[in-house]
Write a protein that binds this ligand. Structure first.
Ligand code: SF4
Length: 148
């Protein structure tokens, strides 16, 4: 039995062409939502997009990732920082947990500083719900600036 944690990443389809640069850097550095894996071995076993609003691929992609041994699904930071953020993000989290019995973490890489500043100006995250959602990827300003 391996101690390795296997993860899958699902990104927002509006960033479908993303090569995963920030997510993979953060995974390697154990930054943002990946800080929970500090000192642990992690393997990426899946990477895909939600399929576009309303996120049809969420229904099936976790199953494929689970077959590859995924323990945890990360819903990428793009779901949190997009304009507007994904309105379904907590539903996706709850669905994947209920349907597939997988852990789900909202977020991957730290929130980039430029998104942080714009959403702060917009008041996007001024609610207890969003305060909780952004917590894993909030990071400090120095870290956020490195993800601009
Ligand atoms: S906003 Fe949500 S449902 Fe729409 S494309 Fe992005 S992740 Fe998918």
């Amino acid at each position: 039995m391996s101690d390795e944690i296997r993860i899958g990443i699902i990104i927002c389809d509006r960033y479908r062409a993303c090569a995963g640069g920030k997510c993979l850097r953060a995974l390697n550095n154990r930054e943002g939502a990946f800080s929970i894996y500090e000192g642990k071995a992690v393997k990426l076993v899946g990477y895909t997009a939600c399929g576009g609003c309303p996120g049809g691929n969420i229904e099936y992609a976790p199953e494929e990732m689970k077959k590859n041994g995924a323990d945890v699904i990360h819903l990428a930071t793009g779901l949190v920082v997009g304009y507007p953020p994904c309105p379904r993000v907590t539903h996706f989290r709850d669905f994947i947990r209920a349907k597939y019995g997988l852990d789900v973490v909202i977020g991957t890489h730290p929130i980039p500083q430029n998104y942080y500043e714009t959403h702060t100006a917009l008041g996007t995250w001024n609610s207890p719900r969003w305060t909780e959602i952004i917590q894993p990827t909030l990071a400090d300003e120095e870290t956020r600036l490195r993800y601009d």
